[in-house]
Design a protein around this ligand. Structure first.
Ligand SMILES: Nc1ncnc2c1ncn2[C@@H]1O[C@H](COP(=O)(O)OP(=O)(O)OP(=O)(O)O)[C@@H](O)[C@H]1O
Ligand SMILES: [Mg+2]
Length: 275
């Protein structure tokens, strides 16, 4: 088999004394869609930021296209990033620019793109995410779900070999979610793009994934608790994984405090009837 597109080995990231990522290892092959799942705050976005090189690990190795990025000089990393598309969790659109100008930004910044085709590419990418005719509006004049799709159009403006997408369908209706899912499937299965997608949307996750990882919480914070194909994850014997993918409120992942703990947290001391 050819070299993986992404190879993460023993990745550790501490914030202070807290290990948010704690010994993460996995590979992503060309054409794969890797889904990263796990509870809120478990470290999914942090993991993504390390893979794109915007955060440096405490220890461990990250190779993209066979090249170690954790020690790469910033200029080289910038060059390598021209081969990535990045769709951030909170959009990160420039508010002063129109939708069209936001999508055009990576095209204008890349000297290899002929300026005469920029408008055409912008129209094409907006059409792919169902936003034909919205290029003249400002981000503040469109809905949250539409802004997400503008972020995705911008991320694929340069036809990246590798797409990173953080919660691309959160806040979208089911039909638009299906459109975005199909878009990712077309890019990966027909054009050979590789994708890494963080999502809480289980329907979407199982629809587009070729490989999945689930990050743990509590004692398992920062560790991969399950990894495999969608079928392997669906049939995982791990109770935490089952609780997560089935959205069950009770199970090994504690979501509620015992009543006494809750009162202690609220009033700052244990509750006593006689006080
Ligand atoms: N720069 C930072 N400094 C300190 N702690 C951080 C920093 N970045 C992230 N964290 C912590 O790392 C943990 C994981 O955050 P992260 O944003 O990766 O979670 P997530 O899995 O993406 O959650 P969500 O599903 O809510 O988006 C959080 O507890 C967060 O407070
Ligand atoms: Mg996140």
């Amino acid at each position: 088999m050819s070299e993986p597109i992404i190879e993460v080995r023993d990745l550790v990231r501490k914030f202070g004394s807290r290990s948010v990522l704690n010994g993460i290892s996995f590979t992503v092959e060309k054409g794969d869609t890797l889904i990263i799942m796990g509870g809120s705050g478990c470290g999914k976005s942090t993991l993504l930021r390390h893979i794109i090189g915007s955060l440096k690990p405490t220890s461990g190795s990250i190779k993209i296209f066979g090249r170690e990025i954790t020690t790469m000089p910033p200029k080289e990393l910038e060059q390598l990033r021209l081969r990535f598309g990045m769709n951030f969790q909170f959009g990160a659109l420039l508010q002063s620019l129109t939708v069209g100008e936001n999508v055009a930004l990576p095209l204008l910044e890349n000297s290899r793109v002929d300026p005469s085709i920029v408008d055409l590419v912008v129209k094409l990418k907006l059409e792919l995410v169902g936003l034909t005719g919205f290029e003249h509006l400002k981000p503040s004049e469109i809905s949250g779900g539409m802004r997400k799709r503008v972020g995705l159009a911008r991320a694929v403006a340069l036809d990246p070999e590798l797409l990173f997408s953080d919660e691309p369908t959160s806040g979208l209706d089911p039909i638009m979610t299906a459109v975005i899912d199909q878009f990712t499937i077309d890019l990966t299965r027909k054009l050979g793009m590789t994708a890494v997608v963080v999502t809480h949307d289980m329907v979407s996750a199982f629809h587009i994934a070729t490989k999945m990882i689930v990050l743990g919480a509590g004692e398992k914070q920062g560790q991969i608790i399950a990894m495999g194909t969608p079928d392997e994850i669906r049939n995982s014997p791990n109770a935490e994984v089952q609780q997560f993918i089935n959205g069950e409120p009770d199970g090994p992942i504690p979501l509620k405090l015992a009543p006494e703990d809750y009162i202690t947290r609220l009033i700052g001391r244990p509750h006593r009837e006689d006080l």
